[in-house]
Ligand binder design. Structure first.
Ligand code: PXP
Length: 260
């Protein structure tokens, strides 16, 4: 069955508050993998986030499996009661797993083996010239499986126009430049995010944002009216070390709420 972009807005997503907070629990898996042990369990962490007000759980199944493992995604797909947002690149085995598990949302991200974390948004112009167009194929496969598609992109209007032509439901604006900047450069990066969010929304795309957001810098981004979903991981898991995961989630929710 072919899905159009309009019916990819899942009822469970539509019913939620105007700003959704999805929590990325990769960092919990990173701690587990440091010892190749069984704890801490990222699935239990995801469920704890849900119990404390998260609207969804995000994980990135990387090709090098450095943190989240296939078994984690399988368990999350079975146990998450809100929304599972799976970040992935176009590796065939991972796309096949996503088609099998049908997370509520799949966010395509670029991946380079040597990077510490996702460094930039997808380069859609380059993706379009790759032999076999693996991104286009993966989007089609997942949309046919009923999965809502988001693309992780730099806040650049030309790239967003490209995304609109790909007929995906959403884009996630990369907030890394904003998060890494200070002073006037941060203001400039924020203005770029605002402009990109308005541009994407006008082009018919739902607007998400994430990467490097913290308790300290989240409010100006959460205040951008077109943005309806934030994906935050590192800052929340870092704070959880001191106050517990539930409290860390509630504090981030409160910050976002204050900004809207
Ligand atoms: N969004 C995307 C697409 C990401 O790749 C990441 C990092 O895994 C995040 C959001 C969350 O970033 P952070 O851990 O810095 O909050």
């Amino acid at each position: 069955m072919k899905f159009s972009t309009s019916n990819l807005t899942l009822p469970r997503i539509a019913k939620q508050a105007t700003m959704r907070l999805y929590i990325n629990v990769d960092h919990v898996a990173t701690l587990r993998q440091a010892r190749r042990a069984t704890e801490p369990d990222p699935v239990a962490a995801g469920l704890e986030c849900e119990r404390n007000g998260a609207d969804g759980v995000t994980v990135h199944l990387r090709e090098d499996r450095r943190h989240i493992q296939d078994a984690d995604v399988r368990r999350l797909a079975a146990e998450v009661t809100t929304v599972l947002n799976l970040e992935l690149a176009t590796a065939r085995a991972i796309v096949a797993l996503a088609v099998e598990l049908r997370p509520h949302q799949a966010t395509f991200v670029p991946e380079r083996r040597e990077e510490i974390t996702t460094e930039g948004g997808l380069d859609l112009a380059t993706e379009a010239t790759r032999p076999g167009e693996p991104l286009r194929r993966a989007i089609d496969q997942l949309q046919e499986a009923g999965v809502r598609i988001s693309l992780f992109l730099d806040p650049d209007t030309a790239v967003l126009d490209y995304a609109a032509r790909l007929k995906v439901a959403a884009v996630e604006l990369h907030t890394g430049e904003y998060s890494n900047a200070t002073g006037a450069l941060r203001d400039k990066a924020l203005a770029r995010l605002r402009h990109a969010a308005a541009h994407a929304k006008a082009a018919g795309l739902a607007v998400h944002a994430g990467h490097g957001l913290t308790y300290e810098n989240v409010k100006p981004v959460a205040a951008i009216p077109e943005i309806e979903e934030l994906n935050i991981g590192h800052s929340i898991v870092s704070r959880a070390v001191f106050v517990g995961l539930g409290q860390a989630v509630r504090e981030m929710r409160a910050r976002i709420h204050e900004a809207r």
